[in-house]
Design a protein around this ligand. Sequence first.
Ligand SMILES: Nc1ncnc2c1ncn2[C@@H]1O[C@H](COP(=O)(O)OP(=O)(O)O)[C@@H](O)[C@H]1O
Ligand SMILES: [Mg+2]
Length: 482
Amino acid sequence: MEASRAHSAATVEFRHVTKRYESTHERAGAPAAVTDLSFIVPAGRTCVLVGPSGCGKTTTLKLVNRLVEPTSGQILLDGIDVATREPTALRRGIGYVIQQVGLFPHETVEENIGTVPRLLGWPASRRRERAAELLELVGLPPARYARRYPAELSGGERQRVGVARALAADPPILLMDEPFGAVDPIVRERLQNELLRIQEQLAKTILFVTHDIDEAMKMGDLVAVMETGGRLAQFGTPAEILSNPASEFVARFVGADRGLKRLALVRVAELPLRSPIMARVGEPAGPARARILADPFPYLLVVDAEERPLGWLDQDELPETGPLRADDAQPPAPLLDRRTTLKDALSMLLDADVQAGIVVGEDGRVTGLLTIDDVVAWLRTEPSEGTAGLDRRATDRLERAEGDRPATERSPADGEGTGRDDSDRPATEGGATDRLERAEGDRPANERSPADGEGTGRDDRDRPATERSPADGEPPHPTQEP
Ligand SMILES: Nc1ncnc2c1ncn2[C@@H]1O[C@H](COP(=O)(O)OP(=O)(O)O)[C@@H](O)[C@H]1O
Ligand SMILES: [Mg+2]
């Protein structure tokens, strides 16, 4: 995207940062929310903050955009202490995505995406163009989505709009707080892959929070494992953390199955794929039959004129003559993306109770086959040090060079979120508070009280936005700036 080159990504550095909230941490001996946190995220990398609930992940993110001020220490963006930056200006240069998305319910998707550009004084035509460009980027055709209201979107679609909005003014830094925590696993997998694809293209500096170690290993170039008190338990690449946990805590947190977890560090594209025996629908069955009988894998993949998979035909069911028909074929599930991790691929194969998954390119064409045996063979041969994660950048560059899939070929059909309850979140961390904070932006954090939020900890994500009353903490219109 031409606009993104103007703003390169920024380095994010935490230097001995400690945060105590007066209300909860004034007791002598109580751990701080964040304790002496130091790490550096190079420009253009994704760093995932992962750790159990309450370990200070959200606080760490909010320290970057000054929604929270440190008790001591510094946060530097490209070497400049955020404390010296004017908070409103600072926040306009930092995209922020949260689990509840916080879209303005009375505004269309397009207007929501234009929030920061509007604050920056962009003319309406430029805002519309930018919204359309971003909707394409996140896989929502603008013709269908630009004029909808948030209540008319599925959970996954709302999350995509949230990402588009965060990217609107092309910020060098993106903060993402459990962005995919509220959608079901299948939609989450797709959103994760799309974010990886977007990141290949935009190369922002991303701080991504999750409590899910698998998501951390999948999304992070770097992973910061945090433990209670906001202490850094380990900082490194996913492969380093899986192969060399720095402590008992990290070893337990990454899990006894960390050998298997290496599957999550490798994408389908990194394995040599088999070539299926394929034939186009309508082709004569005779020659296809001869080819399949000569191959140890007893299934013929029937494809359309564009080499998109239509279904499997068992060699025993192949007619001896006549044209090949797709009607008798078994559905070609599951379809794997080159970015699908081996862990997800294996799980999809086991779920579908099949031996092989078809890998399709971004145009839907068949690029290869992956079998359960291939995955198991990889697990056996790969050294337990698991260096695969270190090579991810190289793969990404390769994929980036191959260009991008047109948005029209992606299915926007997403299920609703599961509405999973977050009752372990502190009540003061309500989504409404986040929306307010982002919309208001300018009030120093110490002037805000927990009473600004809903404080009920109740999950209202699944209620249509139109049912929410202003008392729920509806954000003021973002143009209501001081
Ligand atoms: N606004 C706040 N006021 C007082 N205490 C808070 C506030 N936000 C978070 N905390 C406390 O700080 C600690 C870290 O919280 P948080 O950063 O939200 O953790 P996480 O995102 O990892 O679940 C917790 O003990 C939490 O209760
Ligand atoms: Mg949190």
